[in-house]
Design a protein around this ligand. Structure first.
Ligand code: C2E
Ligand code: CA
Ligand code: CA
Ligand code: CA
Length: 276
């Protein structure tokens, strides 16, 4: 690996095992994109159904690749994790998201920003340090930053993860368990990590009207939220019918195409002003 000077990519060389020419090139391209700041964050609102207010936004990464066009995360996140780039990528995302959120909250003071965090980041001993740095540089109130962690991946290296989670929580940062209900230890993670939020996975919403157990599981997750004082966000709501159905059963915060797809920051400002 060429020494690119500014970043610390070569520390991760033991992880690198590129298995195709395409992957080697994509990796180099991503490295350039991080360095040249040519990645983008799109934002998807989380909406309070009762008031129509946007209570928070989730940052979702996009990469406008010079040849391949706009890439979605599934086309490069896994590669970034395997090829040792997810830590640099994650740092970029945190910096950009906190900077954008700081500007948002000058006008909408309580809107939070959610950032997806890979388990590869959470096992880094200095993860909490770069969270602290991003908060410091941006000046964002730590309680307006939510870290979303996919709950199915709390497996090995649990000590490092717990340490990082505890340190970021001490800063006032919020924790969200993403894709809740799809992992092996959902209930155990509630006591172990005391999340501030759980996100009910889209797969439950997709299936809830087809007569299986999904609706009962969503209701159970809603009541866990109530009794444990954890915010519950319903993900992937696409239709008015789904929204109303869950609203009647006590759900109040929704994220999904029904309200809005993820949009570029500039469009988000328009959405924020208009509300729902
Ligand atoms: P996620 O965190 O579960 O994010 C939700 C995904 O569902 C997003 O896909 C979003 O665009 C999509 N979505 C939201 N509402 C709807 C809906 O109503 N219908 C449908 N069909 N889809 C909906 P996206 O942006 O492609 O992201 C995919 C995954 O990539 C994310 O899943 C997250 O795990 C990962 N990801 C995205 N950005 C980052 C990042 O900055 N860092 C890391 N580590 N992972 C990221
Ligand atoms: Ca997420
Ligand atoms: Ca999710
Ligand atoms: Ca998901």
């Amino acid at each position: 690996v060429k020494d690119r000077g500014r970043n610390d990519f070569c520390f991760y060389s033991p992880l690198m095992n590129p298995n195709s020419q395409e992957e080697i090139e994509l990796r180099a391209d991503l490295q350039d994109a991080i360095r040249e700041d040519s990645l983008e964050l799109h934002y998807q609102p989380k909406v309070n159904a009762k008031t129509g207010e946007i209570v928070g936004v989730e940052a979702l990464i996009r990469w406008d690749h010079p040849q391949k066009g706009m890439l979605r995360p599934h086309q490069f996140i896994k590669m970034a994790e395997e090829q040792g780039l997810i830590v640099s990528l994650g740092e970029w995302v945190l910096k950009r998201a906190t900077r954008d959120a700081k500007i948002l909250c000058e006008r909408w003071s309580r809107v939070s920003v959610s950032v997806n965090v890979s388990v590869r980041q959470l096992v880094e001993p200095d993860f909490y340090e770069y969270v602290r740095r991003a908060l410091l540089i941006s000046g964002l109130d730590p309680s307006l930053l939510v870290l979303e962690v996919t709950e199915s991946i709390f497996a090995k290296e649990i000590a490092e993860i717990e340490m990082n989670v505890q340190k970021v929580k001490e800063m006032g940062v919020k924790l969200s368990l993403d894709d809740f209900g799809t992992g092996f230890s959902s209930l155990g993670n509630l006591t172990r990590f005391s999340p501030d939020e759980i996100k009910v996975d889209k797969s439950f919403v997709d299936q809830m009207m087809s007569g299986g157990k999904e609706l009962e599981l969503i209701r159970t997750m809603l009541s866990i939220g109530l009794t444990m004082r954890i915010n519950v966000v319903i993900e992937g709501v696409e239709t008015l019918e789904q929204r109303d159905y869950l609203f009647k059963r006590g759900a109040n915060v929704f994220q999904g195409y029904f309200y809005s797809p993820p949009v570029p920051y500039k469009e988000l400002l328009g959405l924020m002003s208009a509300g729902f």
